[in-house]
Ligand binder design. Structure first.
Ligand code: NDP
Length: 393
């Protein structure tokens, strides 16, 4: 029987369960590319419940214990004295969420002698050292597509929030003001802007589709070009590299995975090649940008705004400069963990566990590493130190 170690974010400070704003969530069909929603044999929760925090337990306890497995859930994940590190030594399975990542670096993987499955309840497994997982033959899997639309909606919201200067305007009313001129001195219409998406995968394509009705000029860069019909349908301009894209647009929206080819892609040089007063929205991974170069570009006015929900590390220190830099519209890492998304990734996590314990194949689209190599989605989207891809940089 297996020991499953699950790292989840802390409960709400107001207690668990919360008072829900709504009684249900809408049922949605297959994902846009036809991939089916998660198909576990059953779930022990009501969709719309808060599942991603410690007391939510991803709705897994009843199922795992009924199968004789042990479930340990904690939010104490950082440092050698953390509960995570103590429990890791004999864990067979680690489940973690990108919103509250349990970093599985090479040292921790070396300590986790029994570990055979690192499961991301969400999307993005860069908190796992994939090279180390490959060497140790640990399977790495994630719930592909579970929150892609959730993130796309958040990115569109943050594009609008920045361009229309929403958050500063909101602050004026909260603080008793009615300062129209102060609100609008940095407010623009989105219509007519050049908007560039980096990485037109599941999230990037969903963003392009959602932005098209705003009558903007859409651009994109991806290592693989989209089908011609889609480029025509959305009137997309393709750029062969990141440099070409960023110098041609007013707003850059980043949806690439973090791997050696995208790490610190947005540095001072690239930022300075952008149009003055550009905006960046990054809901992909924080380390795609150089932290202090973003702050500097906002201070000088090279960037007009920066938003996103991804930070490094997570949670960031109270004095992390992105908390207080000018013209930011940051949120914590929440875009992919709406109650709607949680229902999907909790179900997908259970589907993966059921297949793993039954020694059945895990869906190819959920796989990042298997059998000592990148596999499934991992083989298409990730690179390791040993495998270079035709990336941008
Ligand atoms: P997909 O795998 O569907 O898309 C990723 C795309 O990135 C692919 O088209 C891939 O191209 C492309 N790509 C890979 N490397 C590069 C590169 N160097 N330059 C440009 N494009 C590149 O992933 P998703 O759209 O589902 O997710 C994207 C990322 O978003 C995740 O990796 C994760 O980091 C982040 N994410 C954030 C969430 C949040 O809550 N904020 C939640 C979910 C995801 P190709 O296929 O040719 O390799």
């Amino acid at each position: 029987m297996a020991k499953v170690l699950c790292v989840l974010y802390p409960d709400p400070v107001t207690g668990y369960p919360p008072v829900y704003a709504r009684d249900s969530i809408p049922a949605v069909g297959p994902y846009p590319d036809g991939q089916t929603q998660p198909t576990p044999s059953a779930v022990d929760f009501t969709p719309g419940q808060l599942l991603g925090c410690v007391s939510g337990e991803l709705g897994l306890r009843e199922y795992l214990e009924s199968q004789g497995h042990e479930l340990v859930v904690t939010s104490d994940k950082d440092g050698p004295d953390s509960e995570f590190e103590r429990e890791l030594v004999d864990a067979d399975v680690v489940i973690s969420q990108p919103f509250w990542p349990a970093y599985l670096d090479a040292d921790r993987i070396a300590k986790a002698k029994s570990l055979t499955l690192a499961l991301t309840a969400g999307i993005g497994s860069d908190h796992v050292d994939l090279d180390a997982a490959i060497k140790r033959n640990i399977t790495v899997a994630e719930v592909t597509y579970c929150n892609s639309i959730s993130v796309a909606e958040h990115a569109v919201m943050q594009v609008l929030a920045l361009v229309r200067n929403y958050l500063p305007s909101h602050e004026w009313v909260v603080n008793g003001g009615w300062n129209i001129a102060d609100c609008v001195e940095r407010a623009y219409d989105l219509e007519g802007f050049d908007v560039g998406v980096i990485a037109a995968g599941r999230i990037g394509q969903a963003v392009l589709r959602r932005l098209a009705p705003f009558d903007v000029n859409l651009h994109y860069f991806d290592t693989r070009r989209l089908p011609e019909e889609l480029e025509k349908e959305l009137n997309l301009t393709y750029h062969p590299d990141v440099q070409s894209l960023v110098s041609s647009v007013d707003i850059v929206d980043i949806h690439a995975p973090l791997h050696p080819k995208t790490y610190h892609l947005f540095d001072k040089n690239l930022l300075n090649s952008m149009r003055r007063g550009s905006y960046i929205v990054n809901t992909a991974r924080a380390e795609i940008a150089v932290r202090d170069d973003i702050v500097e570009a906002l201070r000088t006015g090279q960037l007009a705004g920066y938003a996103g929900d991804v930070w490094f590390p997570q949670p960031p220190a109270p004095d992390h400069p992105w908390r207080t830099m000018p013209h930011e519209a940051m949120t914590p890492h929440v875009s992919g963990t709406t109650l709607s998304a949680q229902a999907r990734y909790a179900a997908g996590t259970r589907e993966i566990l059921e297949d793993f314990f039954a020694e059945k194949p895990i869906r190819d689209e959920y796989l990042i590493v298997e059998g000592g190599k990148l596999a499934g989605t991992g083989a298409r989207s990730y690179t390791t130190d040993d495998k270079a891809s035709p990336g941008a940089k």
